[in-house]
Design a protein around this ligand. Structure first.
Ligand SMILES: Nc1ncnc2c1ncn2[C@@H]1O[C@H](COP(=O)(O)OP(=O)(O)OP(=O)(O)O)[C@@H](O)[C@H]1O
Ligand SMILES: [Mg+2]
Length: 236
């Protein structure tokens, strides 16, 4: 089976002045369709950098990112943007909803960017709003929603175009334990219904243990850790 996402020998460094700091070194990993992989590691270990490389927000230097069988490195900027728009859904810690757009318009954004007609979007928006427990809230604006509700809108937005890959960067980081649990439950249910793959950054042991596999970034390298050896520590 083709992995939804695969990185091969991915390395990444930032220049600060003359000095080069290597953040990721020879990172190879994959996520199969229908699988959730938790990505853990202490603050600054490169988790968001890896997500940004996978999504094409950071240019790939060494190594490659293969999205649904297609090498990102061989594509030009325009092709990469199109591929990302079609195949990836993002969920951020800080929700990143657009305050001047209604709930429905926020959710429809990935479809609108892909040029789909409003009439085709309405059915899918209604379906997702129901799935995330926000039926009838189409016309509300983000500032009228609680943190958990905003995150559920962000989940609907990430899933509306049925992407092969969901990238979630600490999706429960700004939520209380209970809302976090509800959001994870919802995300896991929707991801498995759509058979999407999900790469999920988290600092929560509970969230990490809910994933199919756990990968840890440490000193630039990536390694698999078993859930039962996982202890919540300052290291992540
Ligand atoms: N644009 C940039 N230029 C230079 N250094 C950067 C840049 N972006 C990130 N870094 C550095 O790269 C390292 C990894 O950052 P990254 O955001 O990937 O960490 P993280 O694992 O997501 O951390 P956190 O858990 O705090 O979100 C950090 O030391 C950071 O300072
Ligand atoms: Mg981060």
């Amino acid at each position: 089976m083709t992995p939804a996402i695969r990185t091969t020998g991915l390395s990444h460094a930032y220049m600060s002045g003359q000095a080069k700091t290597t953040i990721l070194h020879d990172v190879s990993m994959e996520v199969a369709p229908g699988q959730t992989v938790a990505l853990i590691g202490r603050s600054g270990s490169g988790k968001s950098t890896l997500l940004n490389l996978i999504s094409g927000l950071e240019p790939i230097g060494t190594g490659d990112v293969v999205l649904n069988g297609e090498s990102m490195k061989s594509l030009n900027d325009h092709q990469r943007t199109l591929l990302r728009g079609r195949q990836i859904g993002f969920i951020y810690q800080s929700f990143n909803l657009i305050p001047t757009l209604s709930v429905a318009d926020n959710i429809a954004l990935p479809l609108a960017l892909a040029g789909s007609k409003a009439a085709q979007q309405n059915h899918r928006i209604a379906e997702l709003l129901t799935a995330v427990g926000l039926e009838g809230r189409n016309r509300d604006y983000p500032d009228r929603l609680s943190g958990g509700e905003q995150q559920r809108v962000a989940i609907a937005r990430a899933l509306i175009h049925k992407p092969a890959l969901i990238l979630a960067d600490e999706p429960t980081g700004n939520l209380d334990a209970n809302s976090g649990r509800q959001v994870m439950q919802l995300l896991n249910d929707l991801v498995s219904q759509q058979n999407s793959a999900m790469l999920l950054v988290t600092h929560s042991m509970e969230v990490a243990r809910g994933a199919d596999h756990i990968l840890m970034l440490e000193s630039g390298g990536i390694r698999r850790v078993e859930p039962d050896t996982l202890t919540q520590s300052a290291a992540w």
